[in-house]
Ligand binder design. Structure first.
Ligand SMILES: [Zn+2]
Length: 157
């Protein structure tokens, strides 16, 4: 298991574009953007559609399941709250409910709860949550939902 994350070292400070997104964390809901004009779903939660540039954007609450598209193992922490966590895996998770009409898929970065040996490309994952010790937010984490899934590819064989 990765070490603990020292969330006390970070403060969530939403701005006008991210307040709704962070508030959803309090309800353990992870939102991605959905354009109200063209339907495109995307991440991060930018104020304009990545497909058609419309500012008429809303939200889509993800189911909380996905597949690892790629991943890295972080051994040298850059952020203070992740110093006790190394080594840890950051995965790019592809969301089944992030499928777009143009064939693109919405992918999000994910701090994994699992060790590198349990993470691999194609591994099924699910959303989990950590508590923030000083704020009312839950913090999204991800974990492998089936460590024996077939067809999962690992770096290094
Ligand atoms: Zn759009």
């Amino acid at each position: 298991m990765p070490g603990p994350v020292d969330y006390a070292k970070i403060a969530i400070m939403p701005d006008q574009d991210t307040t709704e997104w962070y508030d959803a964390f309090k309800r353990k809901e992870f939102l991605i953007r959905q354009c109200k004009d063209c339907g495109h779903r995307f991440y991060p939660p930018l104020p304009a559609c990545k497909k058609c540039a419309s500012m008429n954007v809303g939200w889509h609450k993800i189911e909380g399941k996905g597949t690892i598209y790629s991943y890295i193992v972080v051994t040298q922490p850059i952020l203070a709250h992740l110093v006790p966590t190394v080594p840890y895996v950051i995965a790019i998770v592809e969301l089944p409910d992030g499928q777009n009409k143009d064939g693109s898929k919405t992918r999000i970065p994910a701090l994994m709860m699992d060790d590198e040996k349990d993470c691999g490309i194609g591994a099924p994952v699910e959303l989990a949550w950590d508590d923030h010790p000083k704020q009312d937010y839950k913090i999204p984490r991800w974990r492998v939902s089936d460590k024996h899934a077939k067809g999962v590819w690992h770096f290094g064989g």
